[in-house]
Design a protein around this ligand. Sequence first.
Ligand code: SF4
Ligand code: SF4
Ligand code: SF4
Length: 313
Amino acid sequence: MSFDRRCFLTSSLTVLASVSKPQAAANEAKSGAGPGGVGCLIDTTLCIGCRQCEDACNRRNSLPRPVTPFRSKEVFSTVRRPTSAAFTVVNAYADPPSADQPRRRETFVKKQCMHCIDPACVSACIVGALSTAEDGAVVYNSDICIGCRYCLIACPFQIPAYEYHEPVSPRVRKCEFCTDLSAGFGANPACAAACPTEALTFGSRIRLLEMAHARIRQRPERYEDSVYGEFEVGGTRWLYLFGRPASELGLPSLPEAAPPRLIESIQHGIFRYAAVPIALYTLLGCVMLRNRRRRGLQEPASDAATKPAVHIE
Ligand code: SF4
Ligand code: SF4
Ligand code: SF4
């Protein structure tokens, strides 16, 4: 096959493949368990900030041991977010002093991927490297990831982390809900299994919501009258009960509508309308390259014709 034809075919196929992938990613976003499936309830009023969940997560995912040991409380001086070496982190937020509780206390809030029901990261991924598993967990396939990092930008909770330090094959890293362990609702994720105070409860999302609302009804003085994650961005699989407003505890105020719809339409628009110009530019690039190569081959002959003859006396 000639250089021109091979180049043109390759570029066209690449473009066509890239056009069809957003649709595949969009379909993945709509698959999964819908509002059912797995979930985990975090009752922050029971959390003591022991960080055993962080420790268990790192062990489960073969992540490096941190420089500051897990038992250390030094980390609470800053607000952290998950990284490629820590899929879950616990942050501390000082409670305002009150008349009946003059000693200033803290509320501890565990943070990880929220496993959104309609995940923005899945919709943003143009190759389908992020997808929703059967039980609803949002999982990642590093084999097909191209490292575009759209998922990092799309996530409303700023969760996915990128292995910038990996020169050869960097991956996107985040909590995957210990999918292999939790499949079939049979076992707890490592963090929930390690929690000594039952601040973390794993199970069916629908049952967890019932449990959360029952706790609010039974102890209205203890809890805010809402479950964070029930409706935010279309609902999430990690759900929170708080004794203080969520906005004071590092969780963003988000609309009920899922962002994927907007992201999908923008991305699909870009890819649909950019396909033809990209193919054209690639073709022109190939033609220019071919012409330059041909010129390169002809140049010595034309040089010889224009150079003055060398006379040997
Ligand atoms: S929290 Fe972010 S990374 Fe996790 S599923 Fe939702 S959009 Fe994706
Ligand atoms: S579910 Fe598994 S991966 Fe996710 S935070 Fe818990 S231990 Fe880590
Ligand atoms: S293991 Fe349980 S109590 Fe300890 S920090 Fe994690 S969520 Fe809180």
